[in-house]
Design a protein around this ligand. Structure first.
Ligand code: SF4
Length: 109
């Protein structure tokens, strides 16, 4: 499966995303259900309040992503314990944009 990952732009300065790549390649953590996946895109939300995530998710789907993944920096607030306050709106707008056939995964590790 090919997945496109969306991460928190506010977290880019303190995390290179290496754990996302590691768990995706091994099919661990959030990818236990899918098994190992190919990360075909790794983008940020574009900055608060995350509106750019919607068009970026659609772009990744148009280029082959079968699932959109919100990394744990967004949904769980890794690594500083500060989840995105806009997450629910961002996720719901992405789901509406990409359609029901695209799998949504709400964390990575
Ligand atoms: S909208 Fe959320 S995910 Fe995006 S930069 Fe702001 S806090 Fe991070």
């Amino acid at each position: 499966m090919k997945v496109g990952i969306i991460r928190c732009q506010q977290t880019e300065d303190i995390c290179p995303g290496n754990t996302d790549f590691a768990v995706a390649a091994k099919g661990n953590m959030a990818f236990e259900e899918t098994g190992p996946v190919e990360i075909m895109g790794f983008v940020s939300c574009g900055g608060c309040p995350g509106k750019r995530a919607i068009s970026r998710a659609k772009l990744m789907v148009d280029r082959g992503a079968e699932a959109i993944v919100f990394s744990s920096c967004i949904s769980k607030g890794n690594p500083i314990g500060y989840p995105c306050p806009h997450y629910a709106n961002m996720r719901d707008a992405v789901i509406k944009k990409v359609g029901p056939e695209i799998k949504i995964i709400e964390w990575t590790h």
